[in-house]
Write a protein that binds this ligand. Structure first.
Ligand SMILES: [Zn+2]
Length: 122
């Protein structure tokens, strides 16, 4: 058991259920679409989610039931995600952003594959 500043006395196992809940909405990085995201919980109550690929860092706010909202702490490499700074996003918005990012990444990959195929057939 430990004392979470926002919630009070909770069991350590709550971290596992929070993590599962956060990853339900952050199905991938909302900035670059990568699946390499990691959730970090801190006893001080400032919880974050980071992306290993673009290095974007989100401040996530969880309550007893899981994710409440998140806001971007640090923009990603090359200033990507700047448009997300200074705003709190609720979980439905985050999920939509992540889905969009994943779709864009997939399209880009498909386009790249098509270009290299075209080059090979020349
Ligand atoms: Zn990313």
């Amino acid at each position: 058991m430990f004392c979470h500043p926002g919630i009070g006395l909770v069991d350590w196992s709550i971290f596992d259920s929070w993590k599962a809940d956060v990853l339900k909405y952050f199905i991938c990085c909302p900035i670059c679409g990568s699946g390499h995201v990691a959730v970090h919980f801190s006893r001080a109550g400032r919880d974050t989610l980071t992306c290993d690929v673009c290095r974007g860092k989100w401040h996530i706010h969880v309550g007893l039931t899981g994710l409440h909202w998140a806001e971007l702490d640090n923009e990603a490499d090359g200033g990507r995600g700047k448009e997300f700074l200074g705003r709190r996003f609720d979980k439905e918005e985050l999920q939509r952003m992540a889905q969009d990012a994943r779709r864009t990444t997939k399209l880009r990959k498909m386009r790249m594959r098509k270009t290299s195929n075209a080059r090979m057939s020349l």
